[in-house]
Design a protein around this ligand. Structure first.
Ligand code: TYD
Length: 219
């Protein structure tokens, strides 16, 4: 699926299927992306599983700045860094895979920018969305799975992992509450694109719900 903002170039048509996973930190996106990938591969599909930030060599460098820089990163600079990662990722990896008719399964995409930079950093939903649409030539996912979880439970899961928190994970609870609310608002605004699931459900139940949403789209 494609959409353009006023400033975005006209997108190239794509034939593959673009599925993104979204949600706060610690909700289980990576697990669900891996389960969907395994199911599709078993069904004989060619799958590209990737993520933002950091799905390309350039992206790995950008990821290091946005997640691990020790000093301040100005909110607008942060938004531009995520957008730069996305622009390069879409042009060099995602669009070519979709043009070959493959399935792209991606951990985070532009909805993360709208939620984290738009709402979390308070830069504004519309500006941040337009920035990403410009960066990607208006590429929107066919399906976006939103794994919804209250921030306190998500934080408890992250703490159980015992990995050091990155810059975004280390933000306060009210930041993560704004992010969650924005994800839910985005899903409510585009019900045809979003599948919202309660991330507290067992992984198998979540995976079955994701498969049920994706299967009819596999022509
Ligand atoms: P992620 O790769 O999901 O983290 P991890 O590898 O620890 O699971 O995402 C890294 C962080 O970047 C996450 O806190 C969300 C944030 N983020 C944004 O703030 N804006 C964006 O556009 C994207 C893609 C991620």
């Amino acid at each position: 699926m494609t959409a353009t903002g006023d400033t975005a170039p006209v997108p190239e048509p794509v034939d593959g299927l673009f599925v993104t996973f979204e949600g706060g930190d610690g909700v289980g996106k990576t697990t669900q992306a891996a389960l969907l990938e395994a199911w599709l591969r078993d069904a004989g599909r060619t799958v590209v599983r990737t993520r933002e930030p950091g799905g390309t060599e350039v992206g790995v460098l950008i990821r290091d700045i946005v997640l691990h820089h020790r000093g301040e990163v100005a909110p607008r600079a942060e938004a531009l860094l995520y957008a730069a990662d996305r622009a390069h990722h879409v042009e060099t990896l995602v669009r070519p895979a979709l043009a070959r008719g493959e399935v792209v399964i991606q951990d985070r995409y532009l909805d993360s920018s709208v939620a984290y930079q738009g709402a979390g950093r308070v830069l504004g939903r519309d500006e941040v969305r337009e920035l990403s649409l410009w960066a990607t030539g208006g590429l929107l996912p066919d399906v976006t799975v939103l794994l919804d979880l209250d921030p306190a439970s998500a934080r408890a899961r992250l703490e159980a992992d015992e990995k050091p928190f990155d810059r975004l994970e280390a933000e306060k609870e009210h930041f993560h509450a704004r992010v969650r609310e924005e994800f839910l608002a985005l899903a409510a605004a585009e019900p045809e694109r979003f599948l919202v699931l309660d991330a507290a459900l067992p992984p198998d139940a979540l995976a079955a719900a994701v498969r049920a949403r994706v299967e009819p789209l596999l022509a």
